[in-house]
Write a protein that binds this ligand. Structure first.
Ligand code: ADP
Ligand code: MG
Length: 267
């Protein structure tokens, strides 16, 4: 087994601790995410391990890399992944203190998140927990989408309730209506993330779950700052269509004229 030494704790995940570690032979910095699967059944634990192995096969420049995984005797699933020094997008947005990002920055990050989602969707994987807290940045401010599939892995053990205790701000109308999650639900969450990047606020916000559900199902979106082009506003709006069929697929978003224009600048 590869050896890692603990550097410091960097987070407290919903399922366990997150540590910055150093790979002993290469001295490369990595992240160790510990997930307590002690209380899961044997079948669920096997499924979780298989799932993590599958995640390790995914390789994309805008997805947090899964480097290694092992189970310790105390029933903890350990996952080693790439370290994103730039932290998460949520914290970065909070640090802006109301000063908006340049439109080209918003467009570039949007493209990078879409590229990651397209890769996942092409591999028949849904993210299911896309939110600014799960979108990380390298030190050069390149996007790395993280927290892949773990929610799905643990669906059997820690269910919907946990999601609700977590962050319901990105939940689509179909989820509030108890309909199944599909790839367009990821597009809804993407729309919420882009809205948040552009406005530094949640697209849908409320004091409690009931009024949040009311707002989401009502489908009325608070306006976006005039700061951004109408094209960007329209694109974000389309992702937040109440009816999943009316939302563009990730492929369609990447074919969008506005996105194309910004991709050329990017390349
Ligand atoms: P969970 O979503 O299960 O609560 P996270 O994966 O979001 O756990 O991890 C919790 C915190 O740990 C994150 O908010 C972030 O600050 C930090 N973190 C997690 N993964 C990474 C990573 N790959 N690089 C840098 N920081 C990370
Ligand atoms: Mg997370």
């Amino acid at each position: 087994m590869e050896k890692y030494s603990h550097v410091k704790q960097i987070g407290k995940g919903s399922y366990g601790e997150v540590w910055l570690v150093r790979h002993c032979t290469s001295s490369k910095q990595c992240v160790l995410k510990q997930i307590n699967i002690q209380h899961a059944s044997k079948r669920e634990r096997c499924a979780a391990l298989l799932e993590v192995q599958l995640l390790a096969t995914l390789k994309h420049p805008n997805i947090v890399s899964y480097l290694n995984s092992f189970q310790s005797p105390d029933g903890i699933l350990n996952i080693i992944m790439g370290y994103c020094e730039g932290g998460d997008l949520y914290s970065l947005i909070r640090k802006r203190k109301g000063s908006l990002f340049d439109e080209s920055q918003v467009a570039q990050w949007s493209i990078q998140i879409c590229m990651a989602l397209q890769y996942l969707h092409d591999h028949k994987i849904l993210h299911r927990d896309l939110k600014t807290q799960n979108i990380f940045l390298t030190k050069n401010k390149v996007i790395k989408v993280g927290d892949l599939g773990i929610a799905r892995v643990l669906d059997g053990t820690l269910d919907m309730a946990t999601t609700l205790i977590g962050t319901p701000y990105y939940m689509s109308p179909e989820l509030f209506s108890n309909k199944p999650y599909n790839h367009k639900s990821d597009v809804w969450s993407l729309g919420c993330c882009l809205y948040e990047m552009a406005t530094l606020r949640h697209a849908f916000n409320a004091q409690n779950l009931n009024s949040l559900m009311y707002k989401v199902l009502q489908g009325k979106l608070p306006p976006m700052p005039k700061h951004y082009s109408l094209e960007l506003q329209a694109l974000i709006k389309s992702m937040l269509s109440c009816c999943p069929e009316h939302r563009p697929s990730i492929r369609q978003i990447l074919e969008n004229e506005y996105i194309h224009k910004h991709m050329e600048i990017f390349l």
